[in-house]
Design a binder for this molecule. Structure first.
Ligand code: ATP
Length: 340
């Protein structure tokens, strides 16, 4: 049975400097949770705390119903039922694939677990090969098999795909995601890559400066970002100055829109994805602007448009001429995140 992970008010630091502060979140049993954030935001420290490799200064970590880290308590990593894959892979070059898997635990040699783990990743026929005889993707799969060989309840993945090229990264991501849901293991993946996060996650924890900025499903985070930082993290977004002109109505350079809360006069920002802005003919349009330039983004163009002195980006199937006057309409109301 897969186990959940619960982090309660956890803080940790190094040499008196905080690395993570007051973290509270849950990684659901049998679900994929992604910790997403820029470099130095505390992602790896959080993963190491879950693994029992870093002791928190305060707070508690539960694995299932058991307290794994807390005041005066730290259960060792080997007793946490976890498997880990690191960015560096850390395969022993002088050992065969099979040897690398055997090395993690004496027990794994018995009862066919090595065969099972290698067949899960499709590498049973490469068991006698050395890591140098395998491709990057195959080495990645050996590292995954090694993490699974002890049949863990929890799989911790620390930027495992960062060293792969784009095409292989996507392939491995799909592979890992399918495998994870097939065996139903609880997984926590750390990444700074938004595509990886969106593709892998049932739930995303967004971190910045050692703190959690938002946790939710990929569509929650995409559609209802908690602030400017989260709004920009998952993809291009127009962040426009906005003001509540009356209760429940915000005004932006693109017009007035309904928004659930906000006192009159409150200044906020309104977030509109480029795909939610439709470009039409300029003549007679309610909102119009002047094209500043178009950039090809593969199958579509991102068009920069000046609207009354503010620059907005919209998507188009065609490149538009610089200086052309176009009309703009919104496919849906903008998001108005709390400005944090
Ligand atoms: P990256 O994506 O670059 O790996 P991250 O989000 O995983 O970054 P962490 O590695 O958790 O971030 O680091 C968070 C902060 O803690 C950083 O300021 C880092 O320098 C610091 N830190 C992490 N590990 C140690 C350590 N062993 N000793 C001292 N400082 C550390």
């Amino acid at each position: 049975m897969a186990l959940s992970i619960r982090i309660e008010s956890v803080s940790a630091g190094f040499n008196g400097k905080p690395a993570v502060r007051d973290l509270t979140f849950e990684a659901g049993a049998g679900k994929a949770t992604v910790i997403l954030g820029p470099s130095g935001s505390g992602k790896t420290t959080t993963l190491r705390i879950i693994a029992g490799l870093t002791r928190p200064d305060s707070g508690r970590v539960f694995i299932g119903d058991s307290l794994a880290s807390g005041p005066g308590i730290i259960i060792s990593p080997s007793r946490r039922r976890i498997g880990m894959v690191f960015q560096s892979l850390a395969l022993w070059p002088h050992m065969t694939v099979e040897g690398n898997l055997k090395f993690v635990s004496d027990r794994t040699g018995r009862d066919g677990r090595i065969e099972k783990a290698l067949s899960l990743v499709g590498l049973l026929d490469r068991r006698k090969n050395y890591p140098a005889e395998l491709s990057g993707g195959e080495q990645q799969r050996v590292a995954l098999a090694r993490a699974l060989v002890s049949e863990p309840e929890i799989l911790l993945l620390d930027e495992p795909l960062a060293s792969l090229d784009d095409a292989l990264r996507r392939k491995m991501l799909d592979f890992m995601s399918d495998l994870r849901s097939r065996i139903g293991v609880t997984a926590v993946l750390v990444t700074h890559n938004r595509e990886e996060a969106l593709a892998f996650a049932d739930s995303i924890v967004v971190m910045k400066d050692g703190c959690i900025r938002q946790q939710g499903s990929p569509s929650d985070i995409w559609n209802r970002p908690a602030g400017r930082f989260v709004a920009s993290l998952l993809g291009e977004n127009n962040l426009l100055d906005a003001e509540f002109v009356r209760e429940g109505v915000v005004k932006t350079v693109l017009g007035e829109f309904k928004s659930p809360s906000g006192m009159t006069g409150k200044r906020v920002c309104a977030a509109i994805r480029p795909a939610d802005l439709e470009i039409g003919p300029g003549g007679g349009a309610r909102i119009s602007g002047r094209v500043l330039g178009s950039a090809f983004r593969g199958g579509r163009y991102l068009v920069r448009i000046d609207v009354s002195g503010a620059e907005v980006a919209a998507e188009s199937h065609n490149a538009l001429r610089e200086g052309e006057i176009v009309g703009l309409s919104l496919r849906r109301d903008p998001q108005v995140p709390e400005d944090v």
